[in-house]
Structures are given as structure tokens and as C-alpha cells.
Design a protein around this ligand. Structure first.
Ligand code: C2E
Ligand code: MG
Ligand code: MG
Ligand code: MG
Length: 268
């Protein structure tokens, strides 16, 4: 009996697995088409300083899928990473950001933050790509921020590439700070310019006037001389707390949602 149960389970498990695999393969094919046919869209979520002044935006990718509508990264970044397609896709995002800094944002001092996957950082060509992008578009590198998340995949090669990017003048930001297993070790291992307090630390400020954990992370960032960004700001009390404690930059639905590029440019 036990054996036949196991066999049934395995049969079920295998069919589920291949079903999953089929979906992944299908998605991968569609991602390739999307890249070739220009179905990705750049959205920008405004970021504001403590006085409420627009100070830049985070670039967030969307996929205008011909059948399924506008997809957010949660629907496809995983497959993009596993298939390696995140490299060309990530490069597309970087190029879009560079075009904006070079074009419509040229006469402003706004900054653009771009999310970079560790898969991109493991690529030998990444540094060269970014360097030539900066040179071709004559960008001020200090207006570009690369957001990276903690990952077990950070190797010495990745670390030295990050430092090289920073020497170019690009800003590095630790995204989703505090949610990984080794946030503090990261701060020890390579230099960054900014930390982004993850939404999970901002959420409790909806209902509590003080959250010692959020306050401590802010104090830590300040002690290290880093710029502090809060993401996921959804209400007035949260904004008030963050302003009071000197968080430099705020981002969240309460202030502005991610929007297509033309809407963002209307703000200027
Ligand atoms: P992230 O970098 O932490 O980006 C913030 C996410 O939080 C965005 O989701 C944004 O829309 C959402 N958000 C912003 N403010 C609020 C708020 O007040 N409340 C709530 N509930 N959510 C808020 P999105 O656009 O779905 O992106 C999800 C993740 O996908 C990003 O997290 C980032 O890790 C990844 N991602 C986005 N674009 C790219 C990209 O171009 N390349 C790579 N490698 N990853 C990307
Ligand atoms: Mg980010
Ligand atoms: Mg984040
Ligand atoms: Mg996040």
C-alpha cells in the first residue's frame, strides 16, 4: 500500500512538475518575443526629499502582454533570471534610464534608480556595458543609482565589479535592506551610498507612533553616513515619522504610484 501511494504521489508530482516546466518554457519563449517586439514598458515611481520636493524616480519594468495585459515584475522576473534573459532585459532598462537622463531629464538634477539583478552583476560584460552607456550618452554618473538586493550569489567577482561601478561615480543602493540574512555583513563587505528601508519596516508605522526597529535602522544608516530611502510609504503618519527622523528620500503609494514615463515628465 505504502509503495503504491508513493508511486501515485510521484506520478502526481512529476505531472505537476512538468506542467510547471511547460509554463516556464512558454513564458521564456514569450519573454524572448517581448524583447524582440518591444513589449516592455518603463514605469517610473517618483521619489521625494524630506521637504516634498521631487528628487528622482525608481525605474520599474512592466510587460505589455498582448493577451494578458500589463504584467508586473512578480509575474516574470523569476523566469527571466532563471533563463538568463534578465541580462538583455536589464540592459534594456538601463538603456531607457540612460536615454531619459540624456534627453528629457538632462537639464534637471533628478536621479534615476535602476534595479540590477545579481545575474547581471555576474556577467563579465556588465561593467563594460555600463561604462560605454555612460560614455555614449555623456551621463553624469552620480545621477544614476543601481539598486541591488542581498543575495547568496554575491561572489568576490561581483563585489569587485560593484566597487568598480562606484569608482565610475555611480551610486549603489542596498534595496530591501534588512530583509535578508546578512544585511550587516553586506555593509561590511562593500561600500554603498544608500540603503532602502524595506516596506516591512515601514508598515508598522501605520498603527504605532514609534517603531524602535525602524528607528534603529535609520540611526545605523546615519551613523554610517549613508543616504536613507524609505519605500512603501502609504500614509501620512508614516511620512511624518520618517521626516521627523531625518529619512532623506520617501517613495510610496501615498506620495505617488509608479507611472508611465510621459506622466512623470508632466511633473517637471
Ligand atoms: P523593489 O525594487 O523593492 O520595488 C518596489 C516595489 O514596491 C515596486 O513593485 C513598487 O511598485 C512597489 N511599491 C512602491 N510603493 C509602494 C507602496 O506604497 N505600497 C506597496 N504595496 N507597494 C509599493 P513592482 O514594480 O511590482 O516591482 C517588484 C520588484 O521587481 C521590485 O522590487 C524589483 O525587485 C523588481 N524589479 C522591478 N523592475 C526591475 C528591473 O528592471 N530589473 C530587475 N532586475 N528587477 C526589477
Ligand atoms: Mg528597487
Ligand atoms: Mg525595494
Ligand atoms: Mg521591496
Amino acid at each position: 500500500k505504502a509503495r503504491s501511494d508513493t508511486r501515485h504521489f510521484l506520478a502526481f508530482y512529476n505531472s505537476e512538475l512538468s506542467e510547471w516546466q511547460r509554463e516556464q518554457n512558454q513564458l521564456e519563449r514569450e519573454l524572448r518575443e517581448a524583447l524582440a517586439d518591444g513589449h516592455f514598458r518603463l514605469y517610473l515611481q517618483p521619489q521625494f526629499d524630506g521637504r516634498g520636493q521631487l528628487r528622482g524616480a525608481e525605474a520599474l519594468i512592466r510587460w505589455q502582454h498582448p493577451q494578458r495585459g500589463l504584467l508586473t515584475p512578480g509575474d516574470f522576473i523569476g523566469v527571466a533570471e532563471r533563463s538568463g534573459l534578465i541580462r538583455p532585459i536589464g540592459y534594456w532598462v538601463l538603456e531607457q534610464a540612460a536615454d531619459l537622463l540624456h534627453g528629457p531629464l538632462q537639464d534637471t538634477c533628478l536621479m534615476l534608480s535602476v534595479n540590477v539583478s545579481v545575474h547581471q552583476l555576474r556577467d563579465d560584460d556588465f561593467l563594460g556595458h555600463v561604462t560605454s552607456l555612460i560614455r555614449e550618452r555623456q551621463l553624469a554618473p552620480e545621477r544614476l543609482v543601481l539598486e541591488i538586493v542581498e543575495s547568496l550569489l554575491v561572489t568576490p567577482g561581483v563585489t569587485s565589479r560593484l566597487q568598480a561601478l562606484r569608482r565610475l561615480g555611480i551610486n549603489l543602493s542596498l534595496d530591501d535592506f534588512g530583509t535578508g540574512y546578512s544585511s550587516l555583513r553586506y555593509l561590511q563587505e562593500f561600500q554603498v551610498d544608500e540603503i532602502k528601508l524595506d516596506k516591512v519596516f515601514i508598515d508598522p508605522l501605520q498603527h504605532q507612533d514609534d517603531v524602535p526597529l525602524a528607528r534603529s535602522i535609520i540611526a545605523l544608516g546615519k551613523a554610517l553616513g549613508l543616504r536613507l530611502v524609505a519605500e512603501g510609504v502609504e500614509s501620512a503618519p508614516q511620512r511624518q515619522f520618517l521626516q521627523k527622523h531625518g529619512v532623506d528620500i520617501l517613495q510610496g503609494y501615498y506620495l505617488a504610484r509608479p507611472e508611465p514615463v510621459p506622466s512623470f515628465l508632466d511633473r517637471l
